[in-house]
Design a binder for this molecule. Structure first.
Ligand SMILES: [Zn+2]
Length: 476
């Protein structure tokens, strides 16, 4: 039998506010355990929370960028559960009235077709502390407790690992672009829970889903979907009964393991958080926030194709990072050759960044470096091959291309009389080859040009060499 896969994602992102959601403690990553804490985020009796306005602003900003409607009247709720990393024994989150509802992300496949993935809701909540299991016993670090989170819940609109990854990449691009989160998966500031089920192809009735917690990379998301789909189909075909359950991803053995079934799950007994007031958000504030949203990655993509005449492939790569897109535009302003800029960025510069695992702004070159380099090539002062050498040196030491070219004497020689001397010299010292050429071995022409290039140590302008060589050899 054929099966359809149904996937929904719940994504948690840590907001990049300076302070926590309900107190003034810093949200900085790391630090000595239990040094970024106070009675509020430690959940001490009697300590009262105050909602951080920036968190609400970032929630609204994210909702607007994701096409959501904003719930102008919304409130915080208590989600009750006991776990050692939650010092209050409840989480302050949003249940019935989340800040945003009904948004979407359009994903685009390689062949250019598009699909809209719905976003059901976005809510604000606080992060838990971190349990550290050591030989000395289990320890708790509350530095992360109270760091603001947005939970972004998609509709179950995705039907393959490919779609889930396109969705997550796009979401990450938008949130990074509007500056609400750094979305560093390796530091846990973007974490993903996966809901997945299978059903007979074409059937309306949804299958039994499992939820896989805390996937921390695109790779583990992809592998977890593949594993779980296979496991569920095998269970159905073997006549086993599936039940709703929470599973965890075992990174080492590339499999999911059951944590708990939903029958045994907590009843969270949600109720309104009495220590915080209901929010009444004004239209004016929403409009003010809307004005702070910069051009989003997919808007930039469309504009780059139009304004810079870039192929879709190039535009996609260049606009996938905000920094790279900015670097590109500033460089084009300097040298006015958009295709050359795209080629250098996607070629040698990307290779260097991947090798060192750094971003474009962490390299030693600026748009001025690259723009000037392209101008040197386009003005015929250096060849493309020399350009590559200059670039790798700029990346190493941050010197300007003109300086490198001058220091190393790399300027292309376009002095016709000097080149003519070399051409004559080569022809005079190789009379046998000239005779063969005259007898019809015309492919020797390339060899003659090569001899001149060699004599000039690669610096003679190859176009001028060819032109003069042709003239001289015809005269003979
Ligand atoms: Zn605190």
């Amino acid at each position: 039998m054929n099966y359809d896969t149904v996937i929904g994602l719940e994504v948690h992102v840590e907001l990049s506010t300076k302070t926590k959601i309900f107190c003034g403690c810093t949200t900085e990553f790391g630090g000595q355990p239990n040094t970024h804490v106070c009675p509020v985020c430690m959940g001490l009796p009697g300590a009262l929370p105050t909602l951080n306005k920036r968190v609400v602003e970032y929630g609204i900003k994210s909702g607007l960028a994701l096409g959501c409607s904003i719930n102008k009247v919304c409130r915080m709720d208590r989600k009750n559960y006991f776990y050692p990393d939650a010092p209050r024994n409840y989480q302050i989150t949003q249940d019935e009235f989340p800040i945003c509802r009904d948004g979407y992300i359009d994903i685009e496949f390689e062949d250019g077709t598009k699909k809209r993935i719905g976003i059901e809701r976005i809510h604000m909540e606080d992060d838990a502390g971190k349990l550290l299991h050591t030989k000395a016993g289990s320890l708790i670090d509350f530095n992360r407790a109270g760091v603001p989170l947005l939970e972004i819940v998609s509709r179950p609109d995705m039907s393959s690992a490919e779609e889930a990854i396109l969705y997550l990449e796009k979401l990450k691009g938008i949130l990074t672009c509007i500056g609400v989160s750094d979305c560093k998966m390796e530091q846990g500031s973007l974490r993903c829970d996966l809901n997945v089920s299978v059903k007979p192809a074409g059937s309306e009735k949804l299958g039994v889903r499992s939820e896989i917690k805390n996937l921390n990379s695109f790779k583990s998301l992809e592998k977890a979907i593949e594993y779980e789909v296979k496991r569920q189909i095998e269970a159905i075909e073997n006549g086993e009964k599936l039940f709703v359950e929470t599973r965890r991803w075992d990174e080492e053995n590339l499999r999911t393991l059951s944590m708990r079934s939903k029958e045994a799950a907590n009843d969270y007994r949600y109720f309104p958080e009495g220590d915080l007031v209901t929010l009444n958000i004004s239209d004016e504030w929403i409009e003010e926030i809307r004005k702070t949203i910069p051009e989003l990655p997919h808007e930039k993509y469309v504009r780059f194709i139009k304004q810079y005449n870039l192929p879709k492939y190039d535009a996609n790569i260049i606009t996938s990072s905000y920094d790279v897109a900015d670097f590109f535009e500033e460089t084009v302003d300097i040298c006015s050759d958009s295709k050359a800029v795209a080629n250098w960025i996607m070629g040698d510069i990307s290779a260097f960044m991947n090798e060192k695992n750094i971003g474009i702004n962490d390299t030693k070159i600026t748009p001025q470096h690259l723009g000037n380099l392209i101008k040197l090539i386009n003005d015929g002062k250096i060849s493309n091959a020399i350009g590559k050498k200059v670039l790798s040196e700029m990346l190493e030491n941050g010197k300007m291309p003109e300086t490198i070219v001058e220091e190393k004497g790399l300027i292309q020689n376009s002095d016709e009389s000097a080149i003519l001397d070399m051409v004559k010299n080569v022809l005079e010292s190789n009379p046998d080859n000239v005779a063969e050429y005259k007898n019809g071995r015309t492919n020797l022409f390339g060899w003659f040009v090569g001899q001149v290039m060699k004599m000039s140590k690669g610096k003679a302008n190859p176009k001028i060499v060819s032109k003069l060589m042709k003239e001289e050899i015809e005269k003979m």
